[in-house]
Design a protein around this ligand. Structure first.
Ligand code: MOS
Length: 748
């Protein structure tokens, strides 16, 4: 993606206030004018189209596959299945962020079917329509077996304790005030607008994959292992993503199939996953069932907290939804136990979805806290105040930066919380009943390994390279900001190159840690490039600043000047020309905090407070989220504009989670039944209320020199709990199983 050479039609100012300014995304114009090329836009000469054949049973065995009729259809090149394609390999156990894949069984590994929609064959043809017709014409005979896609979860093994202190059971038994409830979150599907897609092209044993990947380097590693070719023979390219929400973090079977099929047919192959398959074969947030028990004194001091939970997973894979992620450190409580187990079903393998673990976990915990506040007849904000910890009680580490109570207080002021009448149904406006609810939230603050290079060119531009990708969150823009900040080169003269495994190692676009991770790497690379440039400016046969020392010079607005002098200095390109070099190149690295020194010394998390207003019209059973206030403590904001977009988008998604979203399985066939965007409802603009976002903006300097954490996920945490608390306040009905349905509220 190039923002350089004046290609940015939005015209970022020549000398913008970069850090903390409000820059529009530099890739925005390419996207809104249709010039951004997404994976499914890729067209290669001679390219064929692949469409998988999806299993129509949820469990059983393939008895036979008859592709004779399919092969005779117009344009059809081949139909592949287990019997006629080179086998794929399994991956070795992952190392760090390499070799990660949630559905570990390679496609066509055996004749077993373990979920509805599992790929059992794949048709290849000259057009997508021909491939679809061929896939539909493949006759597969199954020996079906009884499947389980039921909603009632059951542990496959005894619960495993994740965190424990004191004696939660004993303290609960004697606690004067108690909450003891089960909270359920349904299967949710990521539903990015951009469908998953792969275009695979082989040449002399090397494969190039145009991918929809949030983690190209991991994708490269997995595909190299599964295809059985050297890692350097696999190149993965993802220039733009139409979002992913975690669904595009790790490779799915269609990508392996596309690469395998392209190898067989000897032509480039495009495989675009259908919207229906997006509900079956590319992951989802699994159903969770969480038992929360809170015990407190009449003054509202927690004495016991127990969180036992299950999440659904597939028959073969141990995907764990880490619902207990935030439980151990959120509140001060001497007796705590968090334990979990998996529940297996005949579903596709689940995967990380925006705020994995913490989002369903905080729905349960913050709902339980709201119920406790009601049992205590105490304001829910006051309850949080009385249980604010002074350290992370799970590991006795200090918080690197925690301002949860300030989030609550600022949010209360902005929302007008003091006007709240706590009585159920007591607040009215325009014939509607108003409900107000609040919840706290948290998400981890992490940094991963990253490398980058920055090149200052004769044209006076900077080129920054790292093998991360922009999932749509503003990574192109934030990299340009970091380079502009470190070099003094105007932001529209910074060319950001991402999304290609040939670039220096970059982070996955996940965990809300891209920005935090690339800051040290890119800043170091930029400083290294500046150092190289200033060396050229001061030494060699014909330096621009003869006799000067590098430390006497600085870069301002694309020129090198002596510090403290009013002269306009020398243009960067002229410095390089005088030295007779093409460019000044710098390299930089960041090291991960995960398992690193910082995570042994500090508890690293972001925090926030979510305030929801709902309106309820009992006569028509109409429920709406009418107003939302989100106050986020996620370190320093490098670019508040896209950061605000992230929180707003997450709140809209949270409204969907609270009121609309659920992937439902047909019990007879085991198929996700609402597998389209008409029947699986997500909230849209029409559902979005005014959303007031505030960032506290306290730099977290433990994480990096700019004090930035990340904002991709935290806006979804706590949001559904704030909404169901507001629903209770309006209606007196506590909904503990999402989404809230009209049926839950009838009679209220
Ligand atoms: Mo996020 S679920 O780590 O893409």
């Amino acid at each position: 993606m190039s923002a350089a050479r004046g290609s940015n039609p939005v015209g970022a100012p020549e000398t913008p206030k970069v850090l903390g300014g409000k820059l529009p995304r530099i890739d925005g114009p390419l996207k809104v004018t249709g010039r951004a090329v997404y994976t499914s836009d890729i067209a290669l000469p001679g390219m064929l189209f692949a469409i998988p054949v999806r299993s129509t049973i949820a469990r059983g065995r393939i008895v036979s596959i008859d592709a004779n009729a399919a092969r005779k259809l117009p344009g059809v090149k081949a139909v592949y299945h287990r019997g006629n394609i080179k086998a794929f390999f399994r991956t070795a156990p992952p190392k760090g962020f390499s070799g990660l894949i949630d559905e570990k069984r390679p496609p066509f590994e055996d004749d077993e079917v373990r979920y509805y929609g599992q790929y059992v064959a794949v048709a290849v043809a000259q057009t997508m329509e021909q491939a679809k017709a061929a896939a539909d014409a493949v006759r597969v005979q199954y020996a079906a077996a009884a499947h389980n896609v039921g909603k009632q979860l059951g542990a496959d093994k005894p619960m495993k304790v994740e965190s424990e202190r004191g004696d939660a059971d004993k303290a609960f038994a004697s606690a004067p005030v108690k909450v003891d409830q089960v909270y359920i979150t349904p299967t949710e599907v990521h539903n990015p607008i951009e469908l998953h897609a792969t275009v695979a092209s082989w040449e002399k044993g090397h494969v190039t994959l145009y991918e929809t990947s949030q983690a190209i380097l991991n994708h490269q590693d997995v595909l190299h292992q599964m295809l059985g070719v050297p890692v350097e023979n696999v190149r993965v390219i993802t220039h733009f993503l139409g979002s992913g929400f975690g669904g595009k973090l790790w490779p799915w079977t269609h990508s392996i199939l596309a690469a395998g099929v392209a190898r067989e047919v000897g032509a480039p192959v495009k495989l675009v996953v259908s919207r229906q398959s997006m509900f079956e074969a590319v992951g989802h947030r699994p159903r969770t069932q969480q038992h929360f028990r809170l015990g407190a004194t009449p003054e509202g001091k927690l004495v016991s907290l127990s969180h036992e939970y299950l999440n659904q997973t597939s028959e073969l894979d141990d995907y764990k939804e880490d619902c207990g992620e935030a439980t151990p450190f959120m509140y001060s409580v001497p007796n705590l136990r968090v334990a979990s187990a998996l529940s297996r079903g005949n579903i596709g393998t689940p995967t990380a979805m925006r705020g994995p673990g913490a989002v369903p976990g905080l729905f349960a915990m913050e709902s339980a806290m709201d119920e406790l506040a009601i049992a205590l007849k105490m304001d829910p904000i006051e309850l949080r105040k009385r249980n604010e910890p002074t350290q992370d009680e799970s590991n006795k580490l200090p918080f690197s930066s925690r301002h949860l109570l300030e989030c609550m207080q600022v949010g209360a002021e902005k929302f007008g919380w003091a006007q709240r009448d706590p009585a159920v149904g007591a607040m009215k406006r325009d014939g509607l009943t108003i409900g107000w609810g609040v919840a706290a939230c948290s998400w981890g603050a992490m940094r991963s390994d990253a490398q980058a290079s920055v090149e200052i060119t004769r044209e006076g531009t900077a080129i920054v390279k790292t093998a991360t990708q922009d999932v749509g969150t503003g990574t192109y823009t934030v990299l340009a900001i970091i380079v502009a900040e470190a070099t003094g080169i105007a932001i529209d003269r910074v060319d950001v190159q991402l999304g290609d495994t040939r670039l220096p190692m970059g982070p996955i676009s996940g965990g809300s840690w891209v920005t935090a991770s690339v800051i040290p790497a890119v800043s170091n690379a930029a400083r290294d490039a500046v150092k190289a440039l200033l060396g050229m400016a001061t030494s060699g046969p014909n330096p621009a600043f003869k006799g000067a020392k590098p430390e006497d010079l600085q870069l301002v607005d694309g020129r090198v000047k002596r510090k403290g002098e009013a002269s306009s200095g020398v243009a960067l390109g002229d410095v390089l020309a005088r030295a007779n070099v093409r460019s000044a190149i710098g390299h930089g690295k960041s090291a991960t905090t995960m398992g690193g020194a910082e995570s042994r010394k500090y508890s690293l998390h972001s925090y926030g407070a979510q305030f929801a207003e709902v309106t309820w019209h009992p006569q028509t059973a109409r429920l709406r989220v009418s107003r939302f206030t989100s106050v986020i403590d996620a370190g320093r904001m490098l670019n508040p504009k896209p950061a605000r977009n992230q929180i707003e988008g997450a709140v809209v998604m949270g409204i969907g989670m609270a009121l609309l979203e659920e992937s439902r399985y047909d019990q007879r066939y085991g198929a996700p039944i609402n597998s389209n965007l008409a029947d699986y409802m997500v909230s849209t603009n029409a559902d979005a209320p005014p959303i007031d976002v505030t960032f506290l903006d306290y730099p977290d300097l433990v994480l990096n020199e700019m004090g930035a954490r990340g904002v991709g996920e935290i806006g979804l945490a706590g949001t559904a709990a704030a909404i169901t608390a507001a629903v209770y306040h309006a209606t007196g009905v506590r909904v503990r199983e999402l989404p809230v349905r009209i049926e839950d509220l009838l009679g209220a």
